[in-house]
Design a binder for this molecule. Sequence first.
Ligand SMILES: Cc1ncc(COP(=O)(O)O)c(C=O)c1O
Length: 368
Amino acid sequence: MDYDTPLFFHVMSYATDADRDVIDMVSGNPDWGSPPGIAEGLHEYADLGGEDFQYPPSEGLVELREEIAARRDVDVSQVVVTAGGGEANYLAMARAMEREAGDEFILTDPVYPYYPGKTTMLDAKQRFVATAEDGTLDPDDVREAASEDTAGIVVNSPNNPTGAVYDEESMRELVEIAEEYDALLVSDEVYDHFDFSGKFTSALTFDSDHRVVTNSFSKSLAITGFRVGYAIFPPDLVDVAKTRHMLTNVAGSRPSQYAVLHALRETTREYYEENRRLLESRIETFTDALDAAGADYTTPDGAFYVMARFPDFPGTLSNVEKLIDEAGVAGMPGEAFGSSRDDWVRFALVTPRAEEAAERLADYFSDR
Ligand SMILES: Cc1ncc(COP(=O)(O)O)c(C=O)c1O
């Protein structure tokens, strides 16, 4: 089987090896720091020792699953705590294939590249549905692509890389389409705390036994290194997913889950609001400078990525390498996200140097 190493790793190592100062706008690691509850939880955990240093329940610490279930208004048995949203998406997609109701995933173009990667790994087929220029998805296009071969429909809102947030009507229809075609809607909601539009609607809003919601604390609590996320499965599908999780991982990381539980209980709304405000102001500064560089760009409704298109400068890997060497700014080539955005470059605004990066880009393109 042919696995492609995500292009991300190539760009990251190219930027690290560059012979100059490079502003990293490739990785999605929040730079604003975790809420204090994370460090407090870790300190508290460090003194427990003994039994608390041994295997946690495979599906996650009971109290963490209860906390998640209460917040999401689902039964605790439906919650599987995973190694980030990455594993949650894998379990959901694998579960869709195991139903033996189709072997094809409907994905969007542009797409978060790990979905086609996982599709290949699961020996499934893929069919892409193009989004609108602003990244929104027309459910009618998904309906047209759906068939009895459809095992799953994988969507992500707020979206990486477009910044689109799907509205309530779209989410409702996506759940309905999954039901109509006996497929599973996999709704990846890892950026749910980063909605600037007020439009975000979780797929959990619509009760259905044809949807799995995946989420993560990586971004919302700024802990991409902790590896804690979760999936919420329909009651009839959850047991097999728990078994796959157990056979793959045995169990998740207990200190990480302990700290997340502590932080969930302690963190106030202000933490999330402050980070949203910080991002909004960064987006404004960055896009203002892109105006100065004569670029087209997307203004995200959510998540933390801006896509930009520079005159006569397609978003190929070699141009991205050029930007690293000549402008000192690292972004992701648009071609990594499917065929529809290959003129574009994606920039992650999770660096305090976003403004400086925009100035570097403006200088670079005004000199060309
Ligand atoms: C859309 C999307 N889903 C899932 C993930 C994986 O996140 P994690 O596994 O750290 O929770 C990311 C990370 O960037 C993402 O952008």
